[in-house]
Design a protein. Sequence first.
Length: 577
Amino acid sequence: MTRSKHTTQRTVALCYVRKSWVQAESDMVSPVIQRQNIQRVCDTNGWTPEWHEDVEGHKSGMHENNRPGWLALKARLGDGDVTALVANDLSRLHRKGWRIGDLLDFVDRHGVRLILADPNRHIDFSTPQGRVIAQLTAIFDEWYALDVSMRWKANIAHKKSQNKTIGIPPFGSKRDKDGYLIPSDEGAWLMPDGGWLPGKLQDEHPEAVAWRGYYAAAERILCLFANGDGMKRVAYAMQSEGWAFRNRHNIPVGFETDDVRRVVRNWIEYGGVIVGKRAKDRPGYMTPPDTIALDQDRAIFDIQLLYAVGRTAYERSQRRTAVSRPAVAYIYPLSGLVYCHHCDQLAEREKLPSLRSRLTGKKTVGGRAAYIHRRGIACGCSRRQVLGDVLYGELLQLCNLLTVDDDAFLALRNMAIAQFAGSENPEAMAKTRADALNKCNRRLAAARHLFEDGDIDRDEYIARKTDIEREMVYWENHTSETEKINAQLSTCVSAVSRIVQLWQLSSDEDREGLARTLFEEIVFDLDTQRITGFKLKAWADQFLRLRVQLDDLSGESCTPSKDRTCAFASGGRRSIR
C-alpha cells in the first residue's frame, strides 16, 4: 500500500524566497516573480502559505548562516502542520550539491513534499530519475556560483591594479566615466530647524540657511584632523558648524566619531592610490606615509594635506600608554538596554531610527559603575553620563509602580479573560481535549491491528503511528486561552516582583538576567536623571496595557507624584513624563 505523505491536519506550505543578483524586474529569479509562482502552487493545492524570505541585499545560496529566513524555515520543517516546502527553483534553496542531498533526505524522513514553483523547472523528487536530475542540477548551480565568484574577484583585482576603488565611493567623492574618483557635487541644504535636504548646489531652496557640500565637508575634516584635533573633537566641530554626512542610503545625517574615522582612513584613496586592504580594515600603523606614493594627477585633495593626515594617523597609532595592564571585563546590568532620551526625540523628529543611541557602561575614577553617552554625538543633552546607582534606583522605582497585589492581580486576570478569552468554556475545552486524545488512541490501536493482520506494510504503519503520536502531543500540550492568560500574567507579575526583591542582593550578572527577562528597552534623560520611557518584552506587553486600564478604572495614577504621569506611546512603548 502506498505510504501517505501527509494527513488532513497538514495544510501549511513553507514558502522560501531568496534574492540573488537581479538586473531587472523581469528577471525570473526576482522576488516578485518567485512569490507569484509560489502563490499559484499554494492556491492550486489549497495550502496556507507561510513566507520565509531573504531579499534584503545579496544572500548567497552557497551558505546558510547569512540567511536568517532560511534558518527559520529549516527549524519549522519537522513540525506536524507542514505539508510542503515550496521554492521557485533548486538554486533558491542551495547552490551546493551536498546540501540539496541532505535536504531531500530530510523532507523524506518527515513526510514533507518538496515542490519547485517554476513551471519550466519542475522535478518529480519521488522518482530515482528525479533525484538524479536534482543532484546534477545542484552540481551545475554550485559550479555557476563559483564561476561568477571567480569572475567578480578577477574584475575587482583588475580595477584595483588601475587604482580604481570598489563599492561605495569614499565620502565627498564620486566616479567619472572611467571609474576614477572625482570631487562630488552633491551635498545637503541646512534648514532652519537643523535638518538637511539632500541635493546639489544648483538646486534652489530659498528657505535653506546654508549649503553644505559633501566634498567641502570631507576637506574640512581632513584639515581639522591634520591640525591636531582628535576624531571626537572633529565630530563635535562638524556638528556645530551644520555639516552633514551621507550614509549608505544617500540620506544626510549628523556627524559621529565613526564617520570622521571613515573619512580619515580613506586618505590614501583620496590620493588616487589603492593598497591591499579596505580602508576600514587598515589601521594607521599599517600605512606609514613615507611608503605610500600618492598620485598627484588622480588626487582629489591637496596631496600635502593628505600626507599630513597620514602622518598624524600614523603617529597616533604609535603612541603607547604609560602603564600596560590587562583589560578587565566588567558586567553592566543595563548595558545595551538604556537609550538616550534626547537621541530618541531626535530620531523621532527626523524619522531615522539609526539616530537612537544606547548608553554604555564604564568604571569611573573611583571605581563606581556609570553609563555614558556615545562619543561624538551632539543630541542636545548637557550631561554625558549617569551613575549606575542612580539608574538602578530609577529602575526599581519603575518596577515598584508596576507591582500589583493579590486583589489587583485577580482584577487583571478577569479583565484579560474578558478581553482575550471571550466566551470560552474551560469545561468544554477540557472535554474536547479528552475526546481528541481518546480518538487518537483508538486510531493508533486500529493501525496496529491492520499491521498485525497484514493489511498494511511496516512503512505505512510507522507513517500512521508517527502522525497520530504527533497529534497526541499537540492535544496533550494544548491549553485554553484562559490557561494561557493566567500563565502569562503570573510570569509577568513574578518577573516584576523578582526585580524588586532580588536586585540589591544579586550579582551584576544576575541583575542583567533579571532586567533582560522583562525589559526590551529603557529611555533615560541624562539631564534630569530620570527614566522617561520603557518597553517591555512582547510577551509582557499585554500585562502593561491591562495595568493602565486597571489604573484608569480605579481612578488612581500609576505614579507616586503628579509630575510623572504615564501614557502609552506608539509601538507599545510606555512614556513617563
